[in-house]
Each structure stands twice: as C-alpha cells, then as structure tokens.
Design a protein around this ligand. Structure first.
Ligand SMILES: Nc1ncnc2c1ncn2[C@@H]1O[C@H](COP(=O)(O)OP(=O)(O)O)[C@@H](O)[C@H]1O
Ligand SMILES: [Mg+2]
Length: 229
C-alpha cells in the first residue's frame, strides 16, 4: 500500500513548478514575467495554459521545459529537479526526454521531412532504428511526406512533422507553445486530437479559450499569475 501511495504521489507531481518567478535581465526594472507560479500536473494529463498576450504563457512553458531557468523557484520533471542540473545536463535532458513545439514548427528547410524527424536523435548521438522516422510520421498521419522538403508542406503538415520530431525521442512530456495558432479551426481540432492520442503528458499554451476548452485541465494566466478560471 505504501508503494501505491508513493507511486500516486509521484505521478501526480509529474510536472511540478514551485513559486516560479521569472524576471528577464533585459526587461525594465521591476517587470515580472512570472510572479510566483505553483502548479502540479499529473502524468498523462493534457493541460492548456490560457491567457492573453503578455500574460506569461511562453515564459511558463520555457521554464517548465528547461529552456530558460526561473529567476527563483523550482521546476521538477518526473522527480528530476532541473535547478540541480548544470547546463550540459539540462541540455541533455531537454534533447533526450522533452518535446517542445512552437507555433511555426521550426523545421530545418535544408533537410527533408525524414531528416528533420531524426535530427533530435542525431544531436543526442543516439542509435537510429531504420524505421524510427517512418513510425513517428505514421503515428501523426503523414508517412507519405517522408521525402518531401519542408517548404512543400502546409502549416498543418509542418506541425505534424514537428510532433513526429518530438515523439521520436520518446519524450516524458510534450510542451507546445501555441501549436495551433496558425491553423484553421478544423486543422487545429485535428492536431489537438493527435496530440491527445500520443498518450503523453502534454502542456500547451493558447490565447484561444475555444482551444483551451479541448484540454482536460485549464490553467489561466494573467499578469504572470495563475488566475481563477
Ligand atoms: N526574452 C524576453 N526578454 C524580456 N522580456 C520578455 C522576454 N520574453 C517575454 N518577456 C516579457 O515577459 C512578459 C510575459 O511574456 P510571455 O511569457 O512571452 O507571455 P505570452 O506568451 O503570454 O505572450 C511580457 O511582458 C514580455 O514582454
Ligand atoms: Mg507566447
């Protein structure tokens, strides 16, 4: 029973932020992007962080994903305290176990779709199974695009390729910063269903309450604080 309780306690805090404050060095003195955010997300949860422009959504996601360090406070992913990792360890964790999507998909135009998907494995120096790219592309429904150049793709296809690239490392968590911002409503709905179907722990941001409503949990940000729904 103790084991079960411990297991439950751990997975309920799969993503944990404690009193996270973020002030950028370049920001005007006293301007705070995150003003003390405390939050736990369970393993396998599908969460939308929603708020207007400037409310701190990207800062929240980048702190949670280890892309930037909080000014104060702590972030824990699957029991790993990011603040206790040095820069090299944090980079390795990010590359090897964290998926991060952006609105523009951020694909490398000089590479084919397949090469884009395999890039995280190459950067991590990992062995690459012959079918790794095909499996990931198949999972997001665009296997037929493997040999295409990224400029030939629609925005919706590009975002699917970015999701395949995130999945190829077997991520603990997928963080997605406004992943459907540039998609029409139908493509956005399709993409959110795909994200959910990965079965991963997903945290996305959006300024659109309609998109947020499709997640299981919603966190409202306002002025860098969690606000009541
Ligand atoms: N790299 C940065 N340097 C300085 N200020 C920043 C930076 N990124 C965000 N900010 C500021 O932090 C606040 C929150 O921004 P952000 O996290 O991007 O919110 P959102 O994603 O909700 O638009 C804003 O006031 C923004 O100007
Ligand atoms: Mg943003």
């Amino acid at each position: 029973m103790n084991t079960a309780v411990a297991q439950q306690a751990r997975t309920a805090d799969f993503v944990r932020l404690e009193s996270v404050r973020k002030c950028y060095d370049s920001a005007p003195l006293g301007e705070v992007a995150l003003a003390g955010v405390t939050l736990s997300l369970a393993e396998g949860s599908f969460t939308a962080v929603v708020g207007p422009a400037g409310s701190g959504k990207s800062s929240f996601l980048r702190c949670a994903a280890g892309l930037t360090r909080p000014t104060t406070g702590s972030v824990m992913l699957d029991g790993v305290k990011l603040g206790e990792l040095d820069d090299a360890e944090l980079t390795a964790l990010r590359r090897e176990r964290i998926g991060f999507l952006t609105a523009d998909a951020n694909l490398q135009p000089s590479l084919t779709v397949r090469q884009n998907v395999l890039l995280p494995l190459r950067l991590a120096g990992r062995d690459i199974a012959a079918d790794a790219a095909d499996k990931a592309l198949e999972q997001v429904g665009v296997a037929e695009l493997a040999h295409h150049r990224t400029e030939e793709l629609t925005a919706a296809q590009r975002q699917r390729v970015a999701l395949a690239r995130a999945l190829v490392v077997d991520p603990l968590v997928i963080f997605a910063d406004e992943p459907v911002r540039d998609l029409d409503a139908a493509a956005a709905g399709d993409f959110l269903r795909l994200l959910r179907a990965t079965g991963r722990t997903v945290v996305l941001t959006t300024a659109d309450p309609g998109v947020a409503g499709q997640a299981d949990e919603t966190v409202h940000l306002d002025g860098g604080r969690i606000a009541a729904a």
